[in-house]
Design a protein around this ligand. Sequence first.
Ligand code: RIB
Length: 313
Amino acid sequence: MPAEIAVFGSLNMDLVVRVPRVPEAGETLHAHAFMTNPGGKGANQAVACARQGARVAMVGRVGSDAFGQALTASLEADAIETAHVATAPASTGVALIMVDDSGQNRISLIAGANAFVGAEDLARLADDLAAARMLLLQLEVPMDAVLQAATLAHAKGCRVVLNPAPAQALPESLWDLLDLLVLNETEAALLSGLAVDDIAGAARAAEALRRRGPAQVILTLGSEGVVACDAAGCRHFAALKVDAIDTTAAGDTFIGALCAALARGESMDAGIALGIQAAALCVTRAGAQASIPHRHELQALATAERPAAVTLR
Ligand code: RIB
């Protein structure tokens, strides 16, 4: 069966150090633990979609090295199509991640092979888009390639979903190609130029971004929940209360669960509620792909725990 969701983006090996707190400049601290985990925003979102039951194809690049082999094998373990994960004349992308005792992370990226995503990968993507109904994009591969991938998908009538992370300005021509924009408060503040300090501010920023092109804008606010805006207005969904130990990949998990729900025909609000549940479980576990929940884990949760929408005025 062909993939219903194509993900065009990054694969990284995450090198994670767990620290009591972030060291000051010039300070040396003993860490609690070190681990390597498969990550990368593109690959994480592909895994999050697949673990919610979607058929997924990944298009991207790794180096001809052990990290690249491990990342490809990790996607295949989740039944993700990797025929279009090519190699590049560079080392596999790496993310250096520090996670402190409050579960917050700080990430430095070495793009490596991800920086080589370009024309040949777009040709490979075209094969996948022939059957896919949705394309997921992030910004850990070159912006030109993102723009061309969105153009290709839009022309084929595919739903284009962008997670503009890491935060950066978008080319003007990209806005009109987007069907759904999913972003956090930092990204929303940068792209809208508005303060995102509370739920009302988030709704104002999401609405301003929606007016630039995407039919739907979803702004994730961590423990403050989610704000979603479309032509009918904005609504707020509360977050679930959990003890977070590692927030890495929470946004990727939300997006993957949401898109998997949309791909099987569920409503936007049902997809957002599922995404909130998936992200809540994700932050209670360590790692990126290691922490992304499977569908059966969410089905086991009580329906009473599904957040409902509250209309914002
Ligand atoms: O969104 C989390 C991801 O960001 C990590 O897995 C890391 O690879 C960085 O790309």
